[in-house]
Design a protein around this ligand. Structure first.
Ligand SMILES: Cc1cc2nc3c(=O)[nH]c(=O)nc-3n(C[C@H](O)[C@H](O)[C@H](O)COP(=O)(O)OP(=O)(O)OC[C@H]3O[C@@H](n4cnc5c(N)ncnc54)[C@H](O)[C@@H]3O)c2cc1C
Length: 483
């Protein structure tokens, strides 16, 4: 090692995939000094995840990214279509747990987007780079991590300059994916199988729009015996992916020639002679694993570092986004002095059961098939109900009323509730909104009642009638001893 020097940040995030980028953006939104390091020289160009869930889109919408994400999304029904070939015209629709535009409009100001990960990541990176208190450093690889009573010391290798650099941080977030170095350094094990199946995928371009006209589905499950697999659009243009599970005795797609791949895709599409432009062939193994813990003292795991899911159900990236958002606002609150450190313990308590559920479901060969009624509430995870309302000549969602601290939504009686809210003793910024009767009732607050929400929209406490002294059975959200 040569030229070791130390820089100081409040939070070090290792990995600039969806989890690391979301953690960085959320922390920087609170003015936290955050460094995101990524061992690659640029973000990944693999298209990977192809659906962004309703809740993930709500988080992205809160950062003004809704339209930009949707510009790179395929216009499809968020369902599966089981068919002989893409062109055959006959098939059976299967639910994948994602709401249609009409279903989403009932519960959310936005809807899922069938947009590939390599479209989302540059948008997140640009957003992070625009934040004053954030820095993103590429070609920077975490090598070792040392925990101390007052913080962590990370040794990073600058892969371009070939030298080592030390970073001292109060907290470290391991957002470094399935083979997490942070996880290894924290000594946290994984439980579950990591060799469920070997999958091969081919990314290609072909003008398939006219072939699927009127039957545009997010996933097309092809049953043709010579080309059984899944065909999925990757964005709004003519980019597609064909993927299939490798079975012993079968040729591996990674070993096939371009002509063989073209013939296979032509068979799956059902258009002999189709000439797809092959862009990339890759292999990956299915794993269904969860970290035994999500935390070791000042170190945390988020996303694939904390759980490895198969693509069935499309929850890998979405769970990563939700983990990162959850941990980041909690760390930010503690660092800003808005909550006592006990709040951070709720990260693992709240997020690991979600991760475990999604891991188990993704390991089920039928795990992709899910009814919206079951999957959507899980995705929304108990956040405040959505209703449109008018505020200062604008139509906004109830979700838009949530501040970065605590938000008290009151059904009328504003002066009294404002006075009562001072008894909370909250150090977090407190925002108070008085709702009209219809909106209040629509989200479960009767006129005269009030409810307190966290920034992620989860309810902290509900008071069915006016209460002059407010108490919250969640002391870690408040100034110690004040509740
Ligand atoms: C083929 C495929 C299809 C998928 N389909 C879906 C889908 O349909 N829906 C869905 O939701 N999910 C899907 N996923 C899963 C999704 O891609 C992942 O869950 C998601 O990328 C996880 O994000 P992450 O930020 O946790 O990890 P990653 O995206 O893996 O990012 C981790 C980053 O950390 C960096 N890193 C690693 N080690 C270090 C180190 N020591 N120092 C610095 N940086 C480091 C890596 O280079 C990487 O950029 C799919 C995955 C695959 C492989």
């Amino acid at each position: 090692m040569s030229d070791t020097d130390t820089s100081h940040v409040q939070v070090l995030v290792v990995g600039a995939g969806p989890a690391g980028l979301v953690a960085g953006i959320t922390l920087a939104g609170y003015g936290i000094n955050v460094l995101v390091v990524e061992k690659r020289t640029e973000i990944s160009t693999l298209s990977r995840a192809l659906v962004i869930s309703t809740r993930s889109m709500e988080i992205l919408r809160s950062w003004g990214l809704d339209d930009a994400v949707r510009a790179g999304a395929a216009d499809v029904e968020p369902c599966g279509w089981v068919t002989h070939t893409l062109a055959s015209g006959e098939g059976t629709e299967i639910p994948l747990g994602y709401p249609t535009a009409a279903q989403a409009a009932m519960v959310s100001p936005t809807r899922p987007a069938w947009a590939p990960q390599d479209h989302l990541e540059p948008l997140l990176l640009a957003r992070l780079r625009a934040a004053a208190s954030a820095e993103v450093r590429f070609a920077s690889e975490l090598v070792t991590l040392d925990q101390r009573a007052d913080g962590v010391r990370a040794l990073l290798r600058d892969r371009a300059a070939g030298r080592m650099h030390e970073v001292a941080a109060l907290f470290v977030i391991g957002a470094d994916g399935a083979r997490s170095a942070v996880r290894a350094q924290l000594g946290i094990g994984m439980t579950g199988p990591d060799d469920l199946a070997e999958y091969h995928s081919v990314q290609f371009r072909a003008p398939l729009g006219p072939i699927v006209a009127g039957r545009r589905y997010g996933l097309n499950v092809i049953t043709h015996p010579e080309a059984a697999g899944v065909l999925a659009p990757r964005g709004p243009q003519d980019r597609w992916q064909y993927a299939r599970e490798w079975r012993p005795g079968q040729a591996r797609l990674v070993d096939a020639t371009e002509a063989q791949l073209a013939e296979l895709i032509a068979t799956a599409v059902g258009v002999p002679g189709l000439r797809p432009r092959i862009e990339r062939v890759s292999a990956f193994s299915f794993a269904a694993q969860i970290a035994d813990r999500y935390r070791d003292r000042r170190g945390f795991l988020v996303g694939d570092a904390a759980h490895r899911m198969t693509p069935r159900g499309g929850t890998g990236m979405n769970t990563a986004i939700h983990d990162a958002y959850d941990l980041a606002w909690k760390l930010a609150w503690v660092l800003r002095g808005w909550a006592d450190p006990g709040l951070i313990a709720t990260y693992e308590i709240e997020r690991r059961p979600v991760g475990l559920h999604n891991v188990i479901r993704s390991g089920d060969p039928n795990g992709a098939r899910q009814e919206v009624d079951e999957a959507l509430p899980r995705d929304l995870n108990g956040r405040l109900a959505h209703r449109w309302l008018h505020r200062r000549d604008q139509t906004v969602s109830t979700l838009d009323l949530l501040g970065d601290g605590l938000t008290l939504l009151a059904g009328r009686d504003e002066p009294r509730w404002s006075k009562a809210a001072t008894t909370l003793g909250a150090r977090a910024r407190l925002t108070i909104h008085v709702l009209d009767d219809a909106t209040a009732r629509g989200i479960g607050i009767q006129p005269g009642a009030a409810a307190l929400f966290r920034p992620d929209g989860r309810q902290v406490r509900h008071w069915p009638r006016f209460t002059p002294r407010l108490r919250v059975g969640y002391p870690s959200l408040l100034h110690r001893g004040s509740a």
